[in-house]
Design a protein around this ligand. Structure first.
Ligand SMILES: [Fe+2]
Length: 271
């Protein structure tokens, strides 16, 4: 269980809808440490329209938090990044300090709400050609995307990496999202699971319960990959292998369907 790295959370204090004080940030980190999170990449929201001043504010807050963590003698390593809301000119924004995850070439992208246009695929292509590697944050929580098998498939064909929220796997966002999250993981269409922790109560900085589900539902090797190995590679700036979707049989459960439209049918799209 040791050695988990969380690549998506809102622990950085007083910059978004995450931690509302330095004390909350420290308490979130304390609890994360207790359950085996050793490294956290802090990813405050960076919304369309946010400018370089906002990125600088993140860096200042990050320095303050690091100082407080050292002062408290906490053995957790922190890096800065951002959860960047999709917008035009993303490749330019990705060059700003503090935006890519842990100073790597990986960029965590938050999908726009509602129906997704072809502009998304174009933007992702531009990001890739600029030398960045986009990671889609919690695609399982995007209702339109999970109902559109063709688009989901096209995004995977672009080799976009998927990050699933721990809370999605454990049912925090409802049954529909849970089913989508579990199916993506079962298919091998996930590279990371992260906490997306916002606070101490409703959306905590925890991974353990989700990891347990992956260990039991898919296997310990997959859990090791999603919670430790891939996130470690990310913070070290190493490359992360993209896998074609695999259909794996879970003991005691029917295998996911191979045919086109599996996710739409599963989620009752078009009803
Ligand atoms: Fe987030």
């Amino acid at each position: 269980m040791a050695g988990m790295v969380d690549i998506h959370n809102h622990i950085l204090p007083q910059v978004d809808d995450g931690a509302d004080s330095l004390e909350t940030s420290l308490e979130m980190l304390r609890r994360g440490l207790q359950e085996g999170i050793e490294v956290a990449v802090l990813t405050p929201h960076f919304k369309p329209g946010d400018d370089q001043e906002k990125a600088e504010l993140h860096q200042q807050r990050f320095a303050q938090l690091q100082e407080a963590v050292a002062g408290a003698g906490m053995a957790i390593q922190l890096f800065l990044g951002a959860e960047v809301g999709f917008r035009f000119g993303l490749a330019e924004v990705a060059r700003w300090p503090g935006i890519p995850l842990a100073g790597s070439r990986y960029v965590l992208v938050d999908l726009p709400p509602g129906r997704l246009s072809g502009g998304l695929e174009k933007g992702m292509f531009e990001l890739r050609t600029a030398g960045f590697r986009p990671i889609l944050g919690h695609p399982e929580r995007h209702r339109q995307l999970t109902q559109d098998e063709d688009q989901l498939q096209r995004l995977r064909e672009q080799e976009l990496l998927f990050q699933i929220d721990a809370g999605s796997l454990t049912g925090r966002f409802g049954q529909r999202t849970q089913k989508a999250a579990r199916m993506l993981v079962e298919r091998g269409w996930a590279e990371f699971v992260a906490s997306d922790g916002h606070n101490l109560e409703k959306r905590p900085f925890t991974l353990r319960a989700a990891r347990q589900w992956v260990e039991e539902g898919v296997g310990p090797e997959e859990a090791q990959l999603l919670f430790s190995d891939n996130p470690w590679r990310l913070v070290r700036g190493e490359s992360i292998a993209f896998r074609e979707g695999q259909v794996r049989r879970i003991p005691g459960r029917p295998a996911p369907e191979r045919q086109r439209g599996w996710l739409s049918r599963l989620l009752g799209a078009g009803k």
